[in-house]
Design a protein around this ligand. Structure first.
Ligand code: ZN
Length: 248
């Protein structure tokens, strides 16, 4: 039997059997792992809070027959305020789903973990969930090597200084108004959205969420970031759909 001590965030938690819980962690220095947490839902268990969804905890695990099992989980940060806001908690679930898709089993992903923890912090502090979500989605794409060419037009090479610009999802690049305006399949974006793309692509992970956008630019950036993450992961995400009904 081997023992593992790691700090990790719970991205999935399923209650099973008589007071047990199956959890998925993104663990520092390890990556994604599944852990069987026996007895944590029993009334006297000290490990219940530390294994809740979105708990960031100090985990003591052991490996038995190739499977991770829980010894103890001491909570570091619960991000409890997420639970007070339906938008914040739903966005957190959406981002957790993306983490589950992009972090590989037992492959260190500390940069993505940091990006996710910063997002949960911002959401729990009442930051705009749409903007946090878009920044996370686009930065996740960048961290995985999907960084678009955003300084010069990909067709004619002119420096991008005059809006509107156009984003080509197929070629994952930006075009000037003359080249991009020729086809309806390119997505028009303005100055603010291009600035957001440049900022998030190059900034320090901790500063990813530290900027604001006017409403029009935000809408463009939010739409584009969702298209990008869905293209990168070759799937659609639907956890946020029902929030649209709440907004109406
Ligand atoms: Zn051009």
């Amino acid at each position: 039997m081997s023992f593992v001590n790691t700090k990790a965030i719970v991205i999935r938690a399923f209650d099973t059997g008589e007071g047990d819980r199956a959890i998925t962690l993104i663990a520092k220095g390890i990556g994604k792992i599944n852990v069987y947490a026996g007895g944590v839902r029993k009334t006297k268990s000290k490990n219940s809070a530390g294994t809740d969804i979105f708990a960031y905890s100090d985990f003591n695990l052991y490996v038995q027959s190739g499977k991770y099992r829980l010894n103890s989980a001491e909570i570091i940060e619960s991000f409890y305020n997420l639970r007070n806001d339906i938008f914040a908690i739903t966005y957190a679930s959406h981002l957790a789903e993306i983490m589950g898709d992009m972090v590989q089993e037992e492959q260190q992903a500390d940069d993505m973990l940091l990006l996710f923890l910063c997002a949960l912090y911002m959401l729990s502090e009442g930051a705009d969930p749409e903007l946090v979500g878009a920044c996370f989605e686009f930065k996740m794409a960048c961290l995985n090597g999907f960084i678009p060419e955003i300084t010069a037009c990909r067709d004619c090479g002119v420096t991008l200084t005059e809006a509107p610009y156009y984003f080509d999802m197929d070629e994952y690049s930006v075009m000037c108004k003359d080249c991009g305006g020729k086809s309806m399949r390119f997505i028009p974006i303005g100055e603010g959205c291009l600035r957001a793309l440049k900022y998030v692509a190059t900034c320090d992970i901790r500063k990813t969420y530290k900027f604001t956008l006017d409403d029009v630019s935000k809408k463009q950036f939010v739409n584009l970031a969702r298209k990008i993450i869905e293209k990168v992961n070759e799937r659609e995400y639907h956890k946020l759909d029902y929030l649209d009904k709440l907004r109406d």
